[in-house]
Design a protein around this ligand. Structure first.
Ligand SMILES: Nc1ncnc2c1ncn2[C@@H]1O[C@H](COP(=O)(O)OP(=O)(O)OP(=O)(O)O)[C@@H](O)[C@H]1O
Length: 372
């Protein structure tokens, strides 16, 4: 086991910049999720850690030691790619056992059998041990590929979207298993995903990557409650965080506040924020934090309100999603069917949100959050 640190990694392929500036540290024995959209540079980051991609700039350190000159085979990391490399003509048992039979990591046969059985049982593929890999479904193959990584002790596991080909139910149970395995073994794990639910549920810390840059690193709670930018805020949560454009205005009673372009939302500025009058900002809140009231409802204490018209309602099981149009911006609210079920398309409504749940961001898709 080892800590893994990346310092200022840059990597280009021809004219494509895959990594512009990537720095983060994964503590020894911890589970780190790297989240980002397609093309963000997640796989290239993993390959750089594994030594399969040589950075143009920057340093990779294991336990504080620069591993720039250490060959991939000597880095003692186990990596699982999304496009898994298995031996199709061999059965599952031999595929799982092969890392433990290689000259470098050879183990006594009794230990190999024990370990293979354990891993196969954990991943729910023990009934497939005698089956040829070529005769498996994609989801089964993906679990074999993951098993090949987990079967041998390593300083770090590097997992690239290892659950994408599984159905939702299996993915959820594999997530739980993975969490258990990583905790029990205490192996440093870097887990790449573009699924925010996976990142939030698995990661002790999460690094958010976009266009080859680390935008924020933090615990799931920090990332959720204090997103560094609009990009991070909108990368987590479905429906996405709602953003209303507006500007800072003078409060005749003293101080300043935020007013959205429709003029109906007035929200306090974050404590300590020193933003000039006229500065364009965006107010953001999570659809789950909002409630829909009647058009003339009184605004509850400690809440802010915005008025609009219901554009669409959509039933999602016991929940209902209501899209409210406010001066050209669609604003999603999610809640219980029982609570929101009375709302009909075309209704005039008041959307209320606890003032403490409203975040302020600078203008633009990369706008930084203002406040502590
Ligand atoms: N071998 C390569 N040759 C040329 N360009 C590459 C190569 N590998 C990656 N890239 C480019 O670098 C960028 C980052 O790619 P990378 O595979 O790291 O992204 P990713 O976040 O893992 O994406 P995905 O989620 O789609 O797998 C992309 O623009 C990609 O096209």
């Amino acid at each position: 086991m080892a800590s893994v640190e990346l310092r200022g990694i840059a990597k280009s392929f021809g004219r494509t910049t895959a990594l512009a500036d990537v720095s983060f540290t994964v503590a020894d024995g911890s589970f780190f999720c790297l989240l980002g959209p397609s093309g963000a540079g997640k796989t290239t980051t993993l390959k750089t850690i594994a030594g399969l991609a040589e950075p143009d700039q920057g340093t990779v350190l294991f336990d504080g030691v620069d591993v720039g000159d250490v060959e991939p085979t000597h880095r003692n990391v186990a990596m699982c790619f999304e496009s898994y490399a298995l031996y199709p003509q061999h059965n599952v048992r031999d595929n799982l056992a092969s890392p433990l039979r290689s000259p470098r990591h050879r183990r006594p046969e009794a230990e190999v059998v024990k370990r293979v059985t354990e891993v196969a049982t954990t991943l729910g593929i023990d009934h497939l041990l005698d089956r040829k890999v070529g005769a498996l479904s994609n989801g089964q193959r993906q679990r074999v590929a993951l098993g090949r990584v987990l079967v041998r002790p390593a300083d770090a596991y590097l997992l690239d979207e290892p659950l994408t080909h599984l159905d939702a139910k299996l993915r959820a149970s594999m997530r739980a298993e993975l969490k258990l395995i990583a905790r029990q073994d205490g192996t440093t794990t870097v887990y790449v995903t573009h699924d925010y639910v996976e990142a939030l549920s698995l990661g002790e810390r999460i690094g958010v990557l976009n266009e080859g840059r680390v935008i924020q690193v933090g615990t799931p709670q920090e990332i959720w409650e204090q997103p560094a930018t609009v990009f991070v805020a909108q990368a987590f949560g479905k429906p996405r965080m709602v953003l209303l454009p507006g500007a800072v205005v003078d409060d005749p009673a003293g101080g300043r506040f935020f007013r959205d372009v429709s003029g109906s939302l007035r929200a306090p500025l974050p404590e300590g924020a020193d933003v000039a009058v006229g500065t364009q900002l965006q107010a953001g809140f999570r659809p789950r934090d909002a409630r829909v009231l009647g058009p003339d409802a009184a605004v509850p204490d400690g809440h802010v309100a915005v008025r609009g018209r219901v554009a669409v309602t959509e039933l999602i099981g016991a929940q209902i999603e209501v899209s409210v149009e406010v001066d050209g911006t669609l604003l999603a609210v999610v809640g219980d069917r029982a609570r929101l079920g009375q709302v009909a398309e075309g209704d005039r409504v008041t959307v209320v949100v606890p003032a403490g749940r409203v975040l302020m961001f600078e203008h633009g898709p990369e706008g930084a959050r203002i406040g502590p």
